[in-house]
Design a protein around this ligand. Structure first.
Ligand code: NAD
Length: 476
């Protein structure tokens, strides 16, 4: 017998979205120099949420100048003083977390359960963590009195808008840098609310500047001659273009790019636990996660049992209104992303893999994709090679540990991986051989600000998070 869930909607009234927003430049909200604007919509309803400014190259220049001017005083502050601002920001984020969680779910489409229980706690934790480092930089392992770089140009994606902002801004400010940050064009709102939090915290003007805009704004920012550091999270394609732009300059760069993680299940794994990890690995945030466990590699002898259990579990996933507290899978972030997922899933079928989804009713308006499983996938299939960035799992099988490692590493990416086994020796043997920046064992998608994160190969270079994350913002 199954139970129906009564609707449990989170109140939208806790967030007050203005009809329009300017750029946050030198401590003030101002219109774009050429007056251009664009709309941001809620992916679950296609309702227009607000209109935001589209920053021009001239605005980028103004923001970089404001950040350069602010750098002088900000970098000269004792670390303990900078820490006070970061602690204040962290506490305001906690105080306003319900409002920010609802805002993030509206603008991004992610379930409130995730924005409330994963994104927002991690955002606050990041600011608390790096606030703690600000007065201890002498002891971070980079020599006495390590110096900041200057002005950081930061460009972030739409899948974890506020969390990616925290990953970028918290370490930059703790180390004495000032920033110009560009959020993604489909999710600008939480960064603009963050600008308001900076004002609430009394952060000196110019230390944080937020420029909304599309790829052209991002390109103008990373190409600006007076920034000292580029921090980018996004697709491998844009990451490569940025690497070309900064080649030959003395800008320091970190690139956090795409992934195609293997989640490996050995025959001795606790299968029920593995099923939960697989579901979390690929359906968390609609699978729009760079480190998503998008390739399930399962040992042949347990494949049938595991897939039966996985299908049973997938039938219980609730797809729908992101603001309903019972929702497991929300909306896809944009019509473009939905088209990309749809095209790759169709390619999977055309190339001969077997497609399965539980029956689920999708809402009439908005952008939706049912949780999907592909079996009979071979390594040559596009769905085994390309990042889908959606709720689509490709299943491959293996017979020996060596074959699992060979298949897991057979990808241009190397961001993350999962290993499910009861044997510690097998886990360590496998982890030693995987070319991935983060490896989880008997769990998946666990994050902590103290833990570094980053990729191998086409997943990018540099590390964010932890003590390692400081290095990217210090002149060492
Ligand atoms: P995207 O590369 O299209 O866009 C990312 C950001 O770059 C956006 O703000 C966009 O406006 C900007 N941009 C676009 N063209 C630009 C250019 N020429 N110069 C400078 N900036 C430009 O990526 P997306 O679709 O927003 O995000 C999805 C991708 O991000 C996926 O590939 C995912 O794997 C990756 N991602 C990686 C991590 C990580 O930590 N490795 C985390 C989250 C997302």
């Amino acid at each position: 017998m199954t139970f129906d869930y009564a609707p449990a909607p989170e109140s939208r009234a806790v967030v007050d979205i203005a009809p329009s927003y300017g750029l946050f430049l030198d401590g003030e909200f101002v219109p774009a120099s050429d007056g251009k604007v664009f709309k941001t919509v809620s992916p679950s309803t296609e309702e227009v949420l607000s209109e935001v400014a589209q920053a021009s190259a001239e605005d980028v220049d103004r923001a970089v100048k404001a950040a350069r001017k602010a750098f002088e005083k900000w970098s000269a502050l004792p670390g303990a003083e900078r820490a006070k601002y970061l602690f204040r920001i962290a506490r305001i984020i906690q105080e306003r977390s319900r409002e920010l969680a609802v805002l993030e779910s509206l603008d991004n489409g992610k379930p409130i359960r995730e924005s409330r229980d994963a994104d927002l706690p991690l955002v606050a934790a990041h600011f608390f963590y790096y606030a703690g480092w600000a007065d201890k930089l002498d002891h971070a392992g980079y020599g006495a009195n390590p110096r900041p770089l200057g002005v950081a140009g930061q460009v972030i994606p739409w899948n974890f808008p506020l969390l990616m902002l925290a990953w970028k801004i918290a370490p930059a400010l703790a180390t004495g840098n000032t920033v110009v940050l560009k959020p993604a064009e489909t999710t600008p709102l939480s960064a603009l609310f963050f600008a308001d939090i900076c004002r609430q915290a009394g952060l000196p003007k110019g230390v944080v500047n937020i420029l909304t805009g599309d790829g052209s704004t991002g390109a103008a920012l990373v190409g600006h001659p007076d920034i000292d550091k580029v921090a980018f999270t996004g697709s491998t394609e844009v990451g490569k273009a940025i690497a070309r732009t900064v080649a030959g300059t003395d800008k320091k760069v970190t690139l956090e790019l795409g992934g195609k993680a293997a989640n490996i299940v050995f025959d001795d794994a606790p299968l029920d636990q593995a099923v939960e990890g697989i579901v979390n690995g690929i359906f968390f945030n609609q699978g729009q996660v760079c480190c998503a466990g998008s390739r399930l590699l399962v040992q042949e002898s347990v494949a049938e049992e595991l897939l039966d259990a996985l299908k049973r579990r997938m039938r219980t996933l609730r797809v729908g209104d992101p603001l309903d507290k019972n929702t497991d899978i929300g909306a896809i972030n944009s019509a473009e992303q939905l088209a990309r997922i749809t095209a790759l899933a169709e390619a999977g079928e055309a190339e001969g893999a077997e497609r399965w989804s539980p029956s689920c009713e999708l809402p009439d308006s908005g952008y939706w994709f049912a949780p999907t499983l592909f079996t009979g996938v071979t390594q040559a299939h596009r769905i085994a090679r390309e990042e889908i960035f959606g709720p689509v799992l490709s299943v491959l099988t293996f017979r020996t540990p060596a074959e699992a490692v060979e298949k897991a590493n057979n990808t241009p990416y190397g961001l993350s991986a999962g290993i499910w086994t009861e044997k510690g020796s097998r886990m360590l043997w496998t982890a030693d051989r995987l070319r991935a920046g983060v490896i989880w064992s008997n769990t998946f998608n666990k994050f902590d600000p103290a833990s570094p994160f980053g990729g191998y190969k086409e997943s990018g270079y540099g590390r964010e998070g932890g003590r390692h994350g400081l290095e990217a913002y210090l002149n060492v």
